[in-house]
Design a protein around this ligand. Structure first.
Ligand code: SAH
Length: 622
């Protein structure tokens, strides 16, 4: 099991007090992020640790050091145990309960900020349980307004979050004024949502009960404001900095903070610092960027000198070879200059600083993006591996052909961006996924069957390669699925018991002559052959040619399976022979399996013997 799912919730304490409960945690506790705690009286299990005081005392001692708690205990007991430890939802850990049979996973506490809702979903898909999430935004299928911005790297600002959340729960109209940052989330709200965008004109019969500002501007919110207001700050501000050697960290911070204050900008909206490459080792700047988790970009004098700036300086040009550092660097990093050069000197601190601020069109996301290439199997949800389900649930964005997206509708999580696309646009889909992952999002690209068998995995990796990918960022993880040849085979018996191959009859990306040669090779090599993409509305001749090629090598009564929409609604399974295969409907949702010379039909089952010898040895029946 890949442990990276649990990183964002770690460290996690899993607590069980009964052997049956400990059993429920057995597979989960194999993840290094999860520490299993058992009472001293219970046997060691894996890397479990044991407490010999009361659970109440023990919990008190590990409460602060864990980000998440998972209990396998009665809900009532958990509520009593944690009640004295809870402080507020900004600081409390995520608390999740699993029932002792492992059927349900309840998100109990800190659902949004503590990510208990997501943790419950991830655990549920790992152990095959049903997640129970009772938060209002979940039931209304809305993004959680107090956390959704984290996806885009936004930082939370001041405001009455509790009041605003209550307004969402009451399904009141929430006014959204978005002045910066991605609007992707707006395009993926459920129908009938209660957000209102912008300021209603006087005629509009709109009466918002809360307001969300999404902006680099810091607004003062009066404590007695008529309704709850909150603010998110997308990280769009780039601070251009020029300074004398050895300028103190304090002076640089003062310069940034004062400038932001003067221009009503939120320091939370700062993406990073930009300067000249001579300053790449300037201790004060490095310290500020580390303390505040800011990006730090530098440019050469030559790059900076090409930028048009409002306040060029001849003196600076003489010194470093560009007539502007702060303004030019801010513009190169952020594009739109908001605040031109401000100069700070201080009697108390060493050096002098110039500061300029630019605003970027796209917000900066600090974390590195990920691409999950996911095979979802033939169609039915229970044919998807738990790992693949988790990947889909965890992703910020899910991209795929609309038919497949519909098949996994129930895995969708509120606030998730789901981008269906037409079947033909595979390359655009790959490029889009890469673009979002390079920006910093976790993107799941879904394929039917296996993603690496005539699926999206190859396309995405090819496009990454074309884009000069370093093999690491964005991180790629591949989740295999049950391919059509396996699902089709399982519907008719065991046709693939001996050496087999797959041939796609689509000549969209492969010349027909090559396909023809492969068919002949497969037929003459006596491979059982699964034909993918056998016939489309316009491509009708290939399946006829394929049949003729096989007829040269195999007898007319060779068993053939025609399976359409395996494991989907309206599944059709036909067992026939090579001679008669074209009498049956075959289309793009069909896989055709042609047996080898020893494949037999028996009581409506298609069976290929394990060997050619007429018998199979018992020890070779794996
Ligand atoms: N990645 C997929 C294949 C995609 S190519 C996989 O591994 O299965 C598309 C072809 O797959 C279709 O033309 C059809 O031949 C086959 N296919 C996909 N899903 C199928 C299903 N549920 N039943 C039968 N064939 C299917």
């Amino acid at each position: 099991m890949d442990s990276s799912y649990f990183n964002q919730f770690a460290p996690i304490a899993a607590i069980a007090t009964q052997p049956q409960a400990a059993q429920v945690f057995a597979s989960l506790a194999q993840n290094p992020e999860i520490q299993l705690w058992l009472p001293a009286s219970m046997e060691q299990q894996g890397s479990s640790r044991h407490y010999d005081n009361s659970l109440r005392e023990h919990l008190g001692s590990i409460w602060k050091e864990n980000q998440s708690f998972v209990f396998c205990l009665a809900a009532g007991a958990v509520v009593r145990l944690i009640a004295p430890l809870l402080e507020n939802k900004a600081e409390d850990p995520a608390v999740v309960i699993v029932d002792p049979k492992g059927d349900y996973v309840v998100s109990l506490c800190s659902g949004h900020q503590g990510k208990a809702d997501l943790l419950a979903q991830v655990i549920a898909s790992q152990i095959g349980a049903t997640p129970i999430i009772t938060g209002a935004s979940q039931s209304l299928s809305l993004p959680a307004i107090d956390t959704f911005g984290f996806t885009y790297g936004w930082r939370k600002g001041e405001g009455n979050w509790t009041g605003a959340m209550a307004a969402v729960a009451k399904q009141e109209v929430i006014q959204v004024i978005q002045e910066a940052g991605s609007t992707l989330w707006q395009e993926h709200l459920p129908p009938g949502h209660s957000f209102y965008f912008g300021f209603p004109d006087s005629q509009a019969e709109i009466n918002p009960q809360a307001r969300i500002w999404i902006s680099p501007t810091k607004r003062k919110i009066a404590p007695k404001s008529d309704f709850p207001k909150v603010q998110w700050h997308p990280r769009v501000l780039w601070i251009g900095i020029g300074c004398e050697r050895n300028t103190s960290r304090e002076l640089i911070e003062t310069a940034i903070d004062e400038t932001c204050k003067t221009y009503h900008l939120a320091t939370e909206a700062i993406a990073g610092i930009a300067s000249i490459d001579l300053k790449a080792d300037e201790a004060g700047i490095i310290e500020v960027s580390q303390r505040r988790n800011l990006a730090f970009k530098t440019f050469t004098a030559e790059q900076l000198n090409q930028v048009d700036v409002p306040t060029p300086s001849e003196v600076v040009k003489q010194e470093v070879g560009t007539s502007s550092v702060a303004e030019a660097a801010a513009i190169l990093a952020g594009e739109n200059l908001l605040v031109s050069k401000q100069i700070f000197k201080s009697g108390n601190h060493l050096g002098a600083v110039t500061v300029a601020i630019a605003q970027a069109d796209t917000e900066y996301i600090e974390r590195a993006g990920k691409l999950y290439l996911v095979g979802i199997g033939p169609g039915n949800l229970d044919q998807i591996t738990p790992s693949a389900q988790t990947a889909i649930t965890e992703a910020d964005v899910v991209i795929g052909y609309s038919l497949y997206i519909n098949l996994i509708e129930s895995l969708k999580r509120p606030g998730q961006i789901v981008e269906p696309s037409p079947i033909t646009q595979e390359q655009q889909r790959a490029i889009r996924a890469i673009e979002l992952a390079q920006w910093g999002l976790t993107v799941a690209v879904v394929s039917s069957g296996d993603c690496g068998i005539y699926g999206m995995a190859g396309l995405v990796l090819e496009e990454l390669q074309a884009a000069g990918w370093n093999g690491k960022i964005p991180q790629v993880q591949i989740f295999p699925g049950i391919s059509a040849l396996q699902s089709a085979a399982s519907r008719v018996g065991a046709p693939l018991m001996h050496d087999f191959c797959a041939v796609s009859l689509s000549d969209l990306l492969t010349p027909w002559e090559m396909i023809r040669q492969r068919l002949a090779a497969a037929a003459s090599g006596d491979f059982i052959t699964a034909l993918y993409n056998p016939r489309s509305q316009t491509r009708t001749q290939q399946i006829i040619a394929a049949k003729e090629i096989f007829a040269q090598y195999r007898s007319p009564d060779t068993p053939v399976a025609i399976v359409r929409g395996a494991y989907r609604e309206n599944e059709q399974v036909t067992l026939t022979t090579l001679e008669k295969m074209l009498d049956h409907p075959i289309d793009m949702l069909t896989t055709v399996i042609i047996g080898n010379t020893s494949t037999r039909n028996y009581a409506n089952w298609m069976i290929t013997p394990r060997g050619y010898l007429g018998f199979s040895q018992t020890e070779d029946r794996s």
